[in-house]
Design a protein around this ligand. Sequence first.
Ligand SMILES: Nc1ncnc2c1ncn2[C@@H]1O[C@H](COP(=O)(O)OP(=O)(O)O)[C@@H](O)[C@H]1O
Ligand SMILES: [Mg+2]
Length: 205
Amino acid sequence: MPGNLITFEGIDFSGKSVQANLLHGALKDRKLPVLILREPGGTEISEKIRSVLLDNANHKMSAMTEVLLYSAARAQMVRENILPNLEKGTVVICDRYFDSTTAYQGFGRRIDLDFIKKLNNFATEEVVPDLTFLIDLDAKIALQRTKTALDRLEKEDSEFHQRVRKGYLEIARSNPDRFVVIDGTQSIEAIQDEIFMKIKLKLPL
Ligand SMILES: Nc1ncnc2c1ncn2[C@@H]1O[C@H](COP(=O)(O)OP(=O)(O)O)[C@@H](O)[C@H]1O
Ligand SMILES: [Mg+2]
């Protein structure tokens, strides 16, 4: 594929969106064709699914419904947005991608990991990121950054978020070729520099 897919992963408030946006701005300044997408979302249909997933009124949602909705939103985003842009040679930056499903629904909600793997492959048409930044941060430190009202998933207890964090680290260990683990306790600027350095090393941009 001519383009590159770069994804950001980590627990809530680890700093993904800040870094994804900084990277987007920096690549745009260099006049590179670049697109930033958030998950769940990135298309009209996916944004509708997002509002169902994040609605606090949907406290009855089962873990199965949740994993299928995330995957449905992602399938639409891959087909409608990621694939055509990669084919055009665009650098696509994703704020969360299928590793989030493995970490949250697999390690967090304890849905069978083999099933999740198949579901992820199915939903993404096997479009795997070229590079994934995992911003690793302790769940308690992340929660101290909370300023806004918490959505449904952010309200899960800290034991759940610890499982998700450990899950992410395990996923990174299993996929060393595409993962870069970053210490999320560093300053925004230090993390930005580290991300840039790794991109220069790993991608022919
Ligand atoms: N390295 C950092 N150090 C301190 N605060 C940070 C850092 N990165 C982000 N933040 C702050 O933490 C909050 C969550 O950041 P955000 O990028 O939205 O996280 P995420 O997208 O992972 O949920 C924001 O208020 C942001 O300004
Ligand atoms: Mg975010």
